[in-house]
Unconditional design. Structure first.
Length: 338
């Protein structure tokens, strides 16, 4: 549930009166934003006051939200201001005096006819543009791509990638996101088919089919997921024989059945399997988020080309693990609020 909290200064209160309390106020709003409670914050240019939009379970929970709990005598609880709560669910609001004309210049972009909501809207659809708008545990999944023992061992910085993936995965689990793992699987040569055999010959740099050694049979030691990021019982594992995680698998139907329209993807290898997965996903109507430093590669130049080409194409986001950890780990309360 979205609530608007309106702090209005009492007569006679000046900026000098509340200035000593501002660092604590800002720090607490920042803490609540990271926790997924505070979603928007507006300040006036013509007079003192602030509007804060936050998400909680109910009106009662809103009353108990520690909006200024870090300061022993914060501005809004020290008698300097009075709080007014609007329960209009953002569509119509009696705080209509907060218009484009009296918001600070830095906040002009945030207020529009659709109310206190930054996301673009058109034709009854929300159009997420930023990472915070895209990622939500109700509509975003995490895809850990081919982080198998036999693949991690093939790249020079495998341990670093595993550690980075583990950090993002921990944040996603803490935030309540659904997690899907993929594993690349080899078929026995007798049923592998033309494409699989030709690809294996290229990878193994051999010129005869009889020399092909399937590296990722189910019983092969390199087939399992790296133990440092082992899937939980509540998480799914998809075995595939294609580069795109969507081709020939049940991933698409599983995501759609869960109401997922975006996903965070990380793993190995960026230039071989993650790029085609992202491109396929965009054609299917998903918004992919690539965690750049949590994607391993076998060829750096090819990986850089993949990121550049995806950025040029548009439709996906590219962010580092620090940004994802902050967003994913702080959204469990957002899920509860919805």
């Amino acid at each position: 549930m979205k609530i608007i909290a309106y702090d209005r200064m009492k007569p006679g209160v000046t900026y000098e009166t509340i200035e000593p309390y501002l660092p604590e106020e800002v720090a607490n709003v920042w803490r609540l934003w990271k926790a997924g409670i505070v979603r928007e914050n507006y300040a006036r240019a013509d007079e003192l006051g602030v509007v804060i939009v936050f998400e909680v379970e109910s009106v009662e929970a809103a009353s108990d939200t520690p909006m200024t709990s870090l300061s022993p005598r914060p501005a809004s609880s020290s008698g300097f201001s009075s709080r007014f709560r609007c329960l209009c669910r953002l569509k119509y609001c009696s705080t209509h005096g907060w218009t484009r004309k009296n918001l600070t210049t830095a906040q002009l972009y945030a207020l529009s006819p659709k109310g206190f909501n930054n996301m673009e809207h058109a034709f009854g659809l929300g159009i997420p543009l930023t990472l915070a708008e895209v990622c939500h545990p109700h509509r975003t999944a995490v895809i850990v791509y081919d982080m198998q023992v036999g693949i991690v061992s093939q790249i020079s910085d495998g341990p670093r990638v595993v550690a980075c993936v583990a950090s993002v995965l921990e944040a996603a689990r803490r935030g309540g996101y659904r997690v899907f793992f993929t594993r690349h699987m080899s078929l026995p040569n007798e049923v592998a088919g033309v494409t699989q055999l030709r690809t294996a010959m290229e990878w193994q740099r051999i010129d005869k089919v009889e020399k092909v050694s399937p590296p990722f049979l189910r019983e092969a030691p390199g087939f399992p997921i790296a133990p440092e990021i082992a899937p939980l019982p509540s998480e799914a594992v998809i075995d595939k024989i294609t580069m795109s995680a969507f081709a020939g698998s049940w991933l698409d139907i599983a995501l759609r059945d869960c109401g997922i329209n975006s996903f965070v993807i990380l793993g190995i290898a960026l230039e071989v399997g993650i790029e085609p997965t992202v491109r396929h996903a965009m054609d299917l109507g998903y918004i992919p988020v690539i965690v750049t430093d949590a994607c391993g590669y076998g060829n750096q130049e090819a990986a850089e080309r993949s990121l550049a080409a995806l950025k040029f194409t548009g439709g996906s986001l590219q962010r580092d693990s620090a940004a994802l950890i902050e967003i994913l780990g702080g959204t469990s309360q957002r899920a509860a609020a919805d």
